[in-house]
Design a binder for this molecule. Structure first.
Ligand code: XMP
Length: 319
């Protein structure tokens, strides 16, 4: 049986062997379980020679930046750098509606910001990546067949001038193994069980143009969805649950007035590896509560739909 404790020891030794006694390492910390576990493992191996950079790209979930700051307060040798680049990302996304172009713009902006922050640190010899085994497989399959469904992962995405060695301590692991490791290296329970969140964040869940106002709308609705799913005790049974802001307005009635506002889709899926997924049979009562709260509490959304598509042929995200 796979032993998490033994893996930690082996991973720490492997990082030490790769980085050596004087090498420096930087990590793009997203706050997700993968990059967090990868960072903590590397920190165990090389201590303060690791620098972590968290980029606020403006398309994060509600309170996400604050939660990451809180989670790592007093850890990582207090070396977490938080770069507020929200305006730059929104500028890069202005007028963009195509999903792949959104990913490209976000990827390019991320690299710019990350590179600037790395430069301020005087550069580094290695870069930590929280790549998992399924990421490796999916990249090979999709790219190998020259069919890119979505350019999910920034594997090899750094420009030539930033070439660094890569440290990928989770490359042979599946998600459930990473979660067990997370608990072992001291991540809070809630964090370890957090659902995956795509790199391009809310930008691929705000269909159509990504503006700060539309992101705010989605963020509020999404927070209600997650809160209610947690309250119902169903969060851990789901692979992901989130809101998608549709580029559609529909007519509604509120009080004596007519409304003409956005529609939102709730997406909830079960899966073990994201390669295939089934839509979750959420209880009607839960759907009713989420819908009522969103429409009552989020000004600007007057209709809520439930996505009942499985992957394949649909994908988990809408973009
Ligand atoms: P799809 O939508 O392809 O998603 O069924 C499969 C899993 O990948 C996540 N996803 C992404 N992750 N960058 C990421 O880091 C991306 O561009 C991206 N697109 C999708 C998605 O949330 C799901 O877990």
């Amino acid at each position: 049986d796979w032993s998490a404790a033994r893996f930690v020891d082996e991973a720490v030794a492997a990082v030490q062997a790769r980085v050596g006694t004087s090498g420096t390492v930087i990590c793009a910390l997203s706050g997700g379980v993968d990059s967090s576990v990868a960072a903590l493992l590397v920190e165990r191996a090389i201590g303060e020679r690791l620098h972590c950079i968290f980029v606020d790209n403006g398309v994060l979930r509600k309170n996400e930046r604050e939660e990451v700051e809180r989670m790592f307060a007093g850890r990582l040798h207090n070396k977490l750098i938080v770069a507020d680049a929200r305006e730059r990302f929104f500028a890069a996304l202005q007028g963009v509606t195509d999903p792949e172009l959104k990913r490209k713009r976000i990827g390019a902006t991320f690299i710019e910001v990350f590179e600037e922050e790395a430069k301020k640190l005087g550069g580094a010899d290695y870069l930590v990546q929280g790549t998992l085994y399924p990421d490796v497989i999916e990249s090979v399959n999709l790219r190998g067949a020259s069919v890119t469904i979505k350019t999910h992962h920034n594997v090899g995405g750094l420009p030539e001038r930033m070439r660094m060695g890569v440290v990928e301590p989770l490359r042979e692991l599946f998600k459930d193994e990473v979660r067990r490791l997370g608990l072992l290296v001291g991540l809070p329970e809630d964090m370890v069980w957090r659902h995956p969140f795509p790199g391009p964040g809310l930008a691929v869940r705000v269909l159509g143009e990504v503006t700060p106002a539309r992101c705010d709308l989605l963020r509020e609705a999404d927070a209600i969805i997650i809160e209610e799913v947690r309250k119902a005790g169903l969060y851990r049974q789901l692979w992901q649950v989130f809101g998608v802001l549709l580029p559609v307005q529909s007519v509604g009635v509120m009080g004596d007035g007519r409304t003409y506002e956005s529609a939102l889709a709730i997406r909830a899926v079960t899966s073990t590896d994201a390669m295939t997924a089934d839509w979750a049979r959420l209880p009607y009562e839960l759907l009713a509560t989420m819908s009522a709260r969103i429409i009552n509490e989020v000004r600007g959304i007057n209709r809520v739909c439930y996505d009942i598509s499985s992957k394949p042929p649909a994908t988990i995200e809408w973009e």
